[in-house]
Design a protein around this ligand. Structure first.
Ligand SMILES: [Zn+2]
Length: 476
């Protein structure tokens, strides 16, 4: 980029940041506000204490406020909305730039406790916050991660479900749903099948959140099994006979980025103390080879969050089932933290793998919503308002296809190596128009799979649904 172009981008950024700050001020909790009753969390040394016990919504809120007051240059606390019963859906950013997106650097996230009674992830994210802020000065790797990544952590997407859940209940569904009895991980728009479930406030808040921030990588934390499960969760078709007679052997639903998703799942599994051993949680429950599985191969579901993140927003999300028991005794939390600490950190660092860059016009101004495709991978990503894009890819040679309304399409061949990401800057030239009409048609979302004749409603489909519901309430 020339200096003029840099200047233009900077001016643009300044304008956009002001707009964002104005919009965010309604929901952002500012670090300067004095948290109430935070003293219980402050030790005599002036640090923050976080014990291995369960924290209810008020305690969790106090802890997050205390951290943001103690570490104002490394954290920012905001709420993306409220649950049905009015509890804040808190997100804590941990980064060297907590309040502002770093141009060219990825935003990543973890969301825990989407099922209210699956609670280990909720506590682990509090410990992850603690670990990141206290390691920044002393640990070069954590410093690098926070200097180059904005990490958004949502300890609970379902605080209402959590509030009625009970410690020690390993496999019930009590507390799983939100206060209106909806399963939030069946409540997102679905690419493969129409989702007729009424959208819930928690889901709506998350949808708006991920439409405003371009997350590159994400993990959704669950309990009830020990496995890293990757897209797709749903399938283009489902034969009811398969579900009835082979309910434990569904077919995988392979995404265009299957190699990348397998790799991401393996990073979590391999860095975990025991997930990769693929041990069955209890007799009769499945074993997972290397501790990973395709979502639909385990059991298909409609309206899940991970497929939505990937297909709607180009955010690679996997589902992390991190405890056989959904709500284990508090005395086991320290062990769960030890088992998962390295996985939680290493997984997020995968956002720095592959290729990223900027799409600009002839003047060096960023092009927003340019479509980004890797040849042979039928999924479309889009550039941000700054013209940025990220594409997590394994080492190899690829062809990037870039399209934007009013510009000539571009193809760029590039390669990805293991040790560091490839920087790709693409300039699009204004398209010449023929007879005033468009020179080309921009590429939109991938075509929907061929319509599948739905099974006629009746005994089979009812039976299939109840098997899938049964499967999904036993497990994560
Ligand atoms: Zn779950």
């Amino acid at each position: 980029m020339g200096w003029k172009a840099v200047f233009r981008v900077l001016v643009l950024i300044a304008i956009i940041e002001v707009t964002i700050a104005q919009q965010a001020s309604q929901t952002t909790y500012l670090a300067g506000e004095e948290p109430s009753n935070s003293s219980v969390f402050e030790s005599r040394e002036g640090g923050l204490e976080l014990d291995f016990s369960y924290h209810d919504h008020d305690q969790l809120t106090r802890y997050l406020r205390a951290v943001s007051a103690r570490y104002p240059s490394l954290t920012a606390l905001y709420s993306i909305g409220k649950s049905v019963q009015g509890r804040d859906l808190w997100v804590m950013v941990v980064s060297a730039s907590p309040y502002e997106h770093m141009i060219g650097k990825p935003d990543v996230k973890y969301v825990a406790n989407i099922h209210g009674n699956e609670v280990v992830g909720r506590e682990l994210l509090l410990h992850l916050i603690q670990y990141l802020v206290t390691s920044y000065e002393s640990d070069a790797y954590i410093k690098w991660l926070l200097d180059n990544t904005r990490i958004h952590l949502m300890p609970s997407m379902n605080p209402d479900g959590f509030s009625i859940s009970n410690e020690g209940q390993c496999s019930t569904v009590h507390g799983r749903h939100n206060a209106r009895r909806y399963d939030l991980n069946r409540n997102f728009p679905d690419f493969f099948k129409a989702n007729t479930k009424q959208a819930q406030p928690e889901t709506e808040a998350v949808k708006e959140w991920i439409s405003k921030i371009q997350f590159v990588l994400s993990g959704s934390l669950h309990g009830g099994a020990l496995v890293a499960s990757y897209p797709f969760d749903n399938t283009p078709s489902s034969n009811p006979l398969n579900a009835v007679f082979q309910s434990y052997a569904h077919s995988p639903s392979v995404s265009p980025d299957d190699d990348v998703f397998r790799h991401l799942a393996m990073v979590y599994s391999n860095n975990h103390a025991k997930m990769s051993k693929g041990v069955s949680c209890q007799s009769g429950s499945p074993r997972f080879e290397k501790g990973i599985t395709n979502g639909a191969a385990w059991y298909p579901l409609t309206g899940g969050m991970q497929d939505y993140n990937y297909l709607w927003h180009g955010c690679m999300e996997i589902t992390l089932e991190i405890s056989c028991c959904k709500y284990p005794p508090a005395r086991e939390l320290a062990k769960y933290w030890q088992d998962n600490r390295q996985s939680l950190v290493k997984y997020l660092a995968e956002a720095h793998r592959g290729a990223h860059g900027f799409v600009m016009d002839d003047n060096g101004s960023p092009i927003e919503r340019a479509s980004i495709r890797i040849k042979g991978r039928e999924v479309t990503y889009h550039t941000t308002k700054y013209g940025e894009f990220w594409r997590i890819l394994l080492p190899g040679t690829y062809k990037l296809e870039v399209n934007a309304e009013g510009y000539l399409p571009q193809e760029v061949e590039f390669f990805v190596i293991e040790s560091h990401p490839t920087l790709l800057n693409v300039t699009l030239h204004t398209a010449k128009r023929i007879d005033g009409g468009p020179y080309y048609r921009p590429v939109g979302l991938p075509p929907r799979p061929a319509p599948v004749t739905p099974p006629s409603p009746g005994l089979f489909s009812t039976f299939t649904n109840s098997i899938n519901n049964f499967m999904s309430s036993i497990f994560g």
